[in-house]
Design a binder for this molecule. Structure first.
Ligand code: PLP
Length: 439
């Protein structure tokens, strides 16, 4: 491939920079579920950008709302000043959150939402006289963004090593169990017992030292790992028993990915806080949020004299009016087009059936899915020269499909607007690429 772009200055994040510059993949335009490259190639976006463009690309409704907002009120400080659209957006958001989570703290990204949630947890514990509860429990293979709190509770080794010392944390085991659950459709049957590790860690550290447990209801970046049946409910029970907050990081699972607005609703488990970002604005303007139980908010806010600042935390761009305008337009689309439940309908079933048809493709050891998210895992033996990820991703891209890879796992999370013929194209390309590379 050739390009005239000078690529010297931009240090690309989470990218093999030198490799990329030798073989650039430049996206020029997007529409619906398609990207178009600077060489005119059409690429099926099987990843919704980076798990975020849930309503598909090029939504003019959002562009119009953003443009209107920029002309009306481009920016105003969220510290001790307000603007109508921030309140309006918060009110709209909580129509979709569990009934007891009615407070919204705005950030600019998933990473910031996670940091905010961790700090809210600490502040809450302190304000109710439990200041000894300062530790967090995360989970192996978890991704909670890249800030220091997030990498502390996160469980992806390369993201942690090299950046310590980190916060005082411990980690639960992940729930990926190919030996017992390979080729599961939906939630795996085996593995509820893994939740018991939470009680063991609580006994080990002492409940009085633990502020909160944070988990992704479904781990995304760690390799699309579904919670075993009953696992999340058991986590909730144990947290209640030991007076520990439960935070669901729904940065990926929020906004329709699993067939409901949130995994919390889909799996009928209510956490104390939910972190959100990505699909909250269809990925088009950065915005993150924490949805907080009323009693947590009230405990913190009511504990301080009127006129006093209750929570020494916030961002210049918290509730940025332009991001709120994008978010409201996004919610309009989700609601008007029924997108938040689309993954649980026929399209989700088609996705599941087609994906599982790859069971006999070369070196496939697992296929797993829920709603409109799925993964195919290859045998580690194919990785003689290191993980296959980047090569497999390039192979699919050359064939006109964008996928996401982690080691020997290939993940898919298409826009919720995807149609059956796109899914067929994705699966054909996966099979062709696997046959070429490992056949
Ligand atoms: N939490 C989860 C579960 C994520 O998947 C991500 C990003 O993929 C983040 C947090 C971080 O979000 P951001 O990249 O917007 O900071």
């Amino acid at each position: 491939m050739t390009t005239n772009i000078n690529m010297d200055a931009f240090w690309m994040p989470f990218t093999a920079n030198r490799d990329f510059k030798n073989q650039p993949r430049i996206i020029e335009r997007a529409e619906g579920v398609m990207y178009y490259t600077n060489e005119g190639q059409e690429i099926l976006d099987a990843t919704a950008g980076l798990w975020c463009v849930n309503a598909g690309h090029g939504r003019t409704e959002i562009a119009d709302a953003v443009s209107k907002q920029l002309r009306e009120l481009d920016y105003a400080s969220p510290f001790n000043f307000g603007h109508e659209i921030g309140f309006e957006f918060a009110n709209r958001l909580i129509k979709h959150t569990p009934a007891s989570l009615n407070k919204v703290f705005f950030a600019n990204s998933g990473s910031e939402a996670v940091e905010s949630a961790l700090k809210i947890a600490l502040q809450y514990q302190k304000s109710r006289g439990k200041g000894g509860k300062t530790k967090f429990l995360g989970r192996e293979m978890a991704y909670h963004g890249v800030n220091f709190g997030g990498i502390s509770v996160g469980g992806l080794t390369p993201n942690r090593t090299g950046f310590g010392p980190l916060l005082p944390v411990d980690h639960l085991p992940h729930t990926l169990d190919i030996a017992n659950n390979a080729f599961s459709k939906g939630l795996p049957e085996q593995g509820i017992d893994k939740a018991e590790a939470l009680e063991q860690l609580i006994h080990f550290h002492g409940a009085d030292s633990i502020a909160a447990v944070i988990i992704e209801p479904m781990s995304g970046a760690g390799g699309v790992i579904m919670p075993p049946q009953g696992y999340l409910k058991r986590m909730r029970e144990i947290c209640d028993q030991y007076d520990i907050l439960l935070i669901f990081d729904e940065v990926i699972t929020g906004w329709g990915r699993l067939g409901s607005a949130f995994a919390s609703e889909e799996f009928d488990v209510v956490p104390d806080m939910i972190t959100s970002a990505k699909g909250i604005t269809n990925g088009v303007i950065p915005l993150g949020a924490v949805f907080v139980k009323d009693e947590i908010h009230d405990q913190i806010v009511n504990n301080v004299a009127v006129g006093g600042i209750e929570f020494y935390h916030g961002y210049t761009y918290s509730a940025h009016p332009v991001a709120c305008a994008a978010g409201i337009a996004t919610l309009d689309i989700y609601e008007n087009e029924g997108l938040l439940n689309r993954a649980s309908g026929d399209i989700g079933t088609h996705f599941e059936n087609k994906l599982h048809s790859l069971k006999d493709a070369p070196k496939v050891i697992d296929v797993r899915n829920y709603g409109l998210v799925g993964a195919v895992q290859f045998d580690a033996s194919v990785a003689a020269n290191g993980p296959i990820g980047l090569d497999f991703q390039k192979g699919c891209y050359q064939r006109g499909v964008m996928v996401r890879t982690m080691g020997n796992i290939v993940a898919f999370s298409p826009p919720l607007t995807i149609e059956a013929n796109h899914i067929d194209r994705l699966v054909n390309v996966l099979r062709e690429t696997a046959e070429e590379m490992f056949g």
